[in-house]
Design a binder for this molecule. Structure first.
Ligand code: GTP
Ligand code: MN
Ligand code: MN
Length: 634
């Protein structure tokens, strides 16, 4: 212990401390910081205390440098434009590093590239690390960001992120519980080690665009689950750089959950209170940009209902002593998709980011307001503009160019995001920070399925529900680097976030749902079914409460409202409240076309055979066989 401290002090001799007290950090943290500083050679070390003053100081500096622009219409809201090459998660550069390949990915047949996780050998990782990290922070400060995922208590976990991006520090302060209080709680415990660099040491040789240093050619987001370590290089964009989020709270955490007997999932958590005053909790997994944030914050369109948000993106869930499944939201903020967000679609999100928020790659109006696709109508009404005036409004688009509504291209990048403190949401649940979590009554899967998949169905059992989750598919969105609209598999909405062998992951799910644990019912929803001329058949958003109403009545044991079909229980006609809606084409919305499902089941089998292969647990294979039989006898 003493020797280590000595070595540490020695190593830090040539690297100044810009802020904070290095010597008061727990010895393990000192060693981590010293080792990595030695490797990356920053200009100095800045230990974050998480205070408002620290946040404000960093903001001021970034405004001065042109990285952030104050959005003058609000209090403490800022716009950030990234390098246009750094706008989304980069799944093709994201890796799991384990000794045994099959700890990370499944036994796929010869020539089939696994899509649920990419594996890199430890040797290769060593080579890639050496080609990137030595000296990578030269001329930049290295921020030490201690943070907790979760509000503290038995389900929470601590990480420390080292980063040379001050934007990341600001986002981490909003998205996690960050600062000195975490160091105090940590003591001598272990923590998840997170190393992030924009990958552009000074003096910079490449041209820096928008004051946003990054290194797109050398992006690497590597995870070492066994060592509980994350190495991220070359990108400053949220999902690649705010390491508490996808990297820790999903990819590393699902490994910890596997070892400790819990689940880390890409799920929202919401409390739904019916007109009788009974509250139930729902956890729902939809792929990126498929409606989690919107559902979690929905404003009900039928009277008497109340929805409150616990989390909008990630759930850590563990069965309690009483056999019920409890969930916490490990995050403290929302990192939400901006385009499409308006008072009409998601008023509660709008209310959450009126102050203290950062907007990345949105547009700005001449009045210093944020702007993106979907805000046209409310802007026009609020300002009392004529159609002509609206078109003349001066807007600066996400690229920094002059732009008008109706011009070519987009005002905001389709994956532009708001970063807002969760506590600012008017419908934040009073128990959102309860250390033991909230009890989950239903799990819901869903995706963008333009064809064939009814508005809602209920699985027959826990195992069948896991198969339903394993077969989640969705049209691709702008949240990752894919282009074009293809329906892709995104099992459990976790494809980009899987931290270990997916077959083992399914096994873990099966095991946890066994008695004496009381497994919640599992449902599937589809807000995105379309008519032949590509109009949505279901109004969505606030009207989704009508579907939640049906789901919760099923949870309460209402037998009379469901019909058994090949794919699960569906609502009987008339059991979903459609009062006040324009005409809904119920038959089209709820149909289960045999040709579609015959093709779909073949494709599903092919997917599971080729992507999970021999790792597919037998109970799931049995469920697949049963489903196939039911579909053929439709
Ligand atoms: P990540 O934060 O990337 O994980 O995505 P998310 O699941 O939180 O998606 P989000 O709620 O931000 O929704 C993404 C897009 O889907 C937005 O453009 C929404 O307008 C749209 N959307 C959300 N809910 C609905 C709905 O019920 N119906 C329709 N048609 N669109 C929706
Ligand atoms: Mn997400
Ligand atoms: Mn979201």
């Amino acid at each position: 212990f003493q020797v280590v401290t000595e070595v540490v002090t020695h190593k830090l001799n040539h690297i100044p401390i810009f802020k904070g007290d290095f010597a008061s950090l727990p010895p393990k943290v000192q060693r981590f910081v010293a080792e990595k500083a030695e490797l990356m050679n920053p200009a100095g070390i800045y230990i974050c205390d998480g205070s408002q003053k620290e946040y404000d100081d960093i903001v001021d500096k970034l405004v001065e440098r042109g990285v952030l622009t104050p959005l003058k219409a609000y209090e403490n809201n800022y716009l950030c434009r990234t390098d246009p090459r750094d706008v989304a998660r980069v799944e093709s550069k994201t890796w799991m590093v384990t000794k045994d390949k099959y700890d990370s990915v499944c036994h796929t047949p010869e020539g089939v590239r696994p899509i649920m996780g990419q594996w890199m050998s430890e040797e290769q990782f060593g080579v890639e690390l050496d080609a990137r990290f030595p000296g990578c922070m030269a001329g930049r400060p290295m921020y030490v960001v201690p943070y907790s995922m979760g509000p503290g208590g038995p389900l929470s976990k601590i990480g420390i992120e080292l980063t040379d991006s001050s934007y990341v520090v600001l986002c981490m302060r909003t998205m996690t519980r960050m600062g000195q209080k975490v160091i105090d709680a940590l003591g001598d415990q272990d923590f998840v080690r997170c190393i992030h660099s924009v990958g552009l040491p000074r003096p910079v040789k490449a041209k820096v665009i928008n004051h946003w240093p990054c290194n797109p050619e050398k992006v690497m987001i590597a995870h070492r689950p066994k060592e509980r370590e994350i190495w991220s290089f070359g990108s400053g964009y949220g999902g690649n750089s705010i390491l508490g989020k996808k990297c820790f709270a999903l990819r590393i955490a699902c490994n910890i959950g596997r070892d400790e007997g819990w689940l880390a999932e890409h799920m929202l958590i919401m409390g739904v209170t019916n007109p009788e005053g009974q509250e139930k909790f729902i956890a729902a997994a939809f792929p990126s940009a498929c409606g989690k944030t919107n559902l979690a914050m929905l404003t009900p369109t039928i009277p008497g209902w109340k929805v409150r948000v616990v989390g909008d993106d990630i759930a850590w869930m563990k069965f309690g002593e009483d056999g019920r499944l409890y969930a916490i939201n490990p995050e403290a903020g929302f990192f939400g998709v901006a385009p499409g967000t308006s008072h009409k679609t998601n008023a509660m999100a709008m209310e959450s980011f009126q102050k203290n928020s950062i907007f990345t790659n949105v547009a700005e109006t001449a009045d210093g307001e944020y702007f993106w696709e979907g805000l046209e109508k409310e802007l026009k009404e609020r300002k009392g503009y004529s159609e002509e005036q609206l078109k003349q409004l001066e807007i600066t688009n996400w690229l920094g160019d002059r732009w008008h509504i109706g011009d070519e291209g987009k005002a905001a990048h389709p994956n532009s995001r708001f970063t807002a403190p969760a506590a600012q949401c008017p419908t934040i649940h009073p128990d959102w920070e309860a250390p033991q979590g909230v009890p989950i009554d239903a799990i819901v899967f869903g995706g963008r399925r333009p064809e064939g998949v009814p508005l809602v169905f209920e699985s027959f059992s826990w195992e069948h529900g896991i198969l339903v989750g394993a077969l989640v598919k969705s049209e691709t969105t702008a949240a990752a680097e894919f282009t074009g609209k293809n329906v892709m598999h995104d099992p459990m909405a976790m494809r980009p976030f899987m931290g270990y062998n997916y077959g083992k992951y399914l096994e873990h799910w099966i095991k946890l749902g066994k008695a004496p644990n009381k497994a919640p019912k599992i449902f599937h929803v589809n807000w995105f079914r379309e008519t032949k001329d590509h109009k949505f058949l279901w109004p969505g958003f606030g009207d989704n409460i009508r579907v939640l109403d049906w789901i919760l009545r099923r949870v309460s044991g209402d037998e009379d409202i469901a019909l058994e079909t090949a794919i699960g229980y569906v609502p009987k006609r008339g059991t979903i409240n459609l009062d006040g809606l324009p005409r809904i084409d119920w038959n089209e919305l709820m149909s289960i076309p045999k040709p579609y499902w015959e093709e779909d089941i073949d494709e599903s089998r092919h997917f599971l055979d080729s992507q999970v292969g021999s790792d597919l647990p037998q109970p799931i294979r049995d469920e697949l066989d049963k489903l196939e039989k039911r579909i053929h006898s439709l």
